[in-house]
Ligand binder design. Structure first.
Ligand SMILES: [Mg+2]
Length: 269
């Protein structure tokens, strides 16, 4: 983000099922709103469970390579303008900590680092190329608990002793040293402002439980309709109008909501 010009509004968006169509991963329907953000020089921060290696090419196609991105569900950041390097010190530390868990418990967990790209593809449903990028982890380890259910609390306790948190997502149990999309949103918001009283407004869009904290923490929150899963339970800000739901699905809903909020919060110069 150029420091010379401090944004009055920063947009944070989930990808799959939010800005990207759940089925096709396309974002055609969101083009008018993406153009409007660019015209107003409003930063768009992508916030996803994807790795930096997966997000970087998408960020470039969307035309927001200069903006930071929240990767691996908030476990880390891809700075604006940076290309992902893969691997890295945090992930090495995480895997090392995992290997120090007592063998009986360690044997019950297998993660992306234990699988080759073909197995990641099989277990995620991703195509082989995307699976290879999803395996280039820097900050977190998604995997499956295949040990006895009764041992899972002991595994989680052993992780906690090592500073690791385990978070259940849709399909995977993901290990990290902590950090949510909302934590990173707060961090980026502070970084955009020179001083506390210059904090930009925030708009956050998402479709799933792992987006709730971000949607609730933002000045404007949007729940994008995704009929592929159960709708989210009503959030507190909805009654007050701070959080709204789209009727249109995925990128079409994203487009409508962003254009409406821009009209309210950041009219064209
Ligand atoms: Mg999503």
């Amino acid at each position: 983000m150029p420091r010379s010009r401090r944004p009055g509004l920063v947009v944070f968006s989930d990808l799959d099922g939010t800005l990207l169509d759940h089925e096709t991963y396309g974002f055609e329907a969101a083009r008018p709103a993406l153009e409007a953000l660019r015209a107003r020089r409003i930063p768009l921060v992508l916030a996803s469970s994807k790795t930096a290696a997966e997000i970087a090419p998408l960020r470039a196609r969307l035309g927001f390579s200069g903006c930071p991105a929240i990767v691996e569900n908030g476990a880390g950041l891809l700075p604006g303008g940076a290309m992902p390097s893969g691997g890295g010190e945090v992930y090495a530390r995480l895997r090392h900590a995992l290997e120090t868990v007592p063998a009986r418990l360690r044997a019950g967990f297998s993660g992306f680092g234990d699988w080759d790209a073909a197995e990641v593809a099989r277990r995620t449903g991703l195509d082989p190329d995307t699976a290879a990028l999803a395996r280039l982890r820097q900050f977190s380890e998604p995997g499956l608990w295949t040990g006895p259910g009764a041992d899972l609390p002991a595994f989680e306790a052993a992780l906690r002793e090592r500073g690791l948190a385990a978070r259940r997502g849709g399909r995977f149990l993901t290990l990290s040293f902590g950090g949510t999309k909302a934590d990173r949103m707060a961090e980026i918001r502070r970084a955009c402002a020179g001083t506390e009283d210059a904090l930009p407004m925030t708009l956050a869009l998402g479709d799933a439980p792992n987006d709730i904290e971000m949607i609730e923490a933002a000045d404007f929150g949007v729940i994008v309709a995704n009929p592929a899963h159960e709708p989210l339970a009503e959030l507190q800000g909805e009654a007050l109008g701070r959080i709204r739901r789209t009727r249109a699905i995925g990128p079409a809903g994203w487009n409508e909501a962003v254009l409406a909020i821009l009209t309210e919060a950041a009219p064209a110069p």
